[in-house]
Design a binder for this molecule. Sequence first.
Ligand SMILES: NC(=O)c1ccc[n+]([C@@H]2O[C@H](COP(=O)([O-])OP(=O)(O)OC[C@H]3O[C@@H](n4cnc5c(N)ncnc54)[C@H](O)[C@@H]3O)[C@@H](O)[C@H]2O)c1
Ligand SMILES: CC(C)[C@H](C(=O)O)[C@@H](O)C(=O)O
Ligand SMILES: [Mg+2]
Length: 371
Amino acid sequence: MEKKIAVILGDGIGPEVTNQSLKVLNAIAERFEHHFEYTYGLMGADAIDKTGSPLPDETLAICLESDAILFGAIGDPKYDNDPTAKVRPEQGLLKLRKSLGLFANIRPVATFPSLHHLSPLKSDRLEDVDFVVYRELTGGIYFGEKKVDAAYTEASDLCSYNKSEIERISHHAFKATQQRKKHLTLVDKANVLETSRLWRKVVQEVAKQYPDVQVDYLFVDNAAMQLIVNPKQFDVMLTENMFGDILSDEASVITGSLGMLPSASVGATTALFEPIHGSYPQAAGKDIANPVGSILSTAMLLDHLGLFTEASLVRDAVAWTLESKFVTKDIDPINYYFTSTIGDLVSEYVAGRLPNDVNRINIELRKSTLI
Ligand SMILES: NC(=O)c1ccc[n+]([C@@H]2O[C@H](COP(=O)([O-])OP(=O)(O)OC[C@H]3O[C@@H](n4cnc5c(N)ncnc54)[C@H](O)[C@@H]3O)[C@@H](O)[C@H]2O)c1
Ligand SMILES: CC(C)[C@H](C(=O)O)[C@@H](O)C(=O)O
Ligand SMILES: [Mg+2]
């Protein structure tokens, strides 16, 4: 199979984690005789430095011409620490999502039994945790009118949603629920916000078309607590843009680290695949970031291309590395391996050279650890 993949490395740890995913894709191509053609595009602080724009037109064009987009992360302390900067890396990502019409951000949360002992949660709360967050991605407070006065004494961000924006992601979420445990939880703040009351009303109407799905409603503050005390109650969590952003970072803790979680953003045009974390600038260039979120995003990309066997092989490879205790510093600060070592192990497994040859390869790889 021949596929065109747009690659946006971005800032901070973006290039490091994405390069591990590219190794994995190359191993898939080798083993299954596929041809992936990569076209690189700039975005974020890197793009501002090189072109003056956080999303050059050329990047958008590359994405539109591709079958899928693999993205790392954007963001730089230079902008985070300057609230008055008018051109910002994050504008590039938001514009890309909006321009491509990627209204549904899918963030699966599943725990790995071999990491339970490292989680801050009790292990009995972690067993059987397997849910997915459907986060609306192109509306809400992120995209409403923004105002700040010249003297920086007052600012506002408008949160608005319309019926069709809620309907289209709700249909995606309900259809996904039908393929899972048939339990959908809408998370909102309907006791306070008019937009949330619209979400409840529209979701109640959409629900009539999916009578086999059980629908629950949770206020976002309660949902934040329930995620910690009883995460296995969730199957599909549907929510608006900002609540989904915050709750999915919180949910990552259940799996062991923010570096673990993948995502797919789908909608009108080319789908985009990215880990949910940011550019983690403190780790940039140190080869210590966890590449699992990016690699699992690559598995979602392969699923999206219809390459289901390949995607499940990537997931098996990740599970094997974790079970074998090949983990990065965020997971085990004492016995840890480099980002690039994890990428090598996963891609060697995918290529079919592991785990059979594990003794020889283990000895070589252990030399590259910090212990
Ligand atoms: N999609 C994106 O590109 C995206 C997402 C979130 C934040 N950002 C941007 O990233 C920059 C840094 O933001 P932040 O520090 O709030 O969030 P972050 O996600 O970059 O990092 C927060 C913390 O999570 C941990 N972490 C994140 N990714 C990890 C990984 N792969 N491996 C191990 N640990 C990991 C680290 O402890 C880190 O300090 C900001 O400029 C922000 O705007 C971008
Ligand atoms: C960088 C930022 C705009 C982005 C978001 O809030 O959507 C990030 O936090 C994410 O989760 O992808
Ligand atoms: Mg986020």
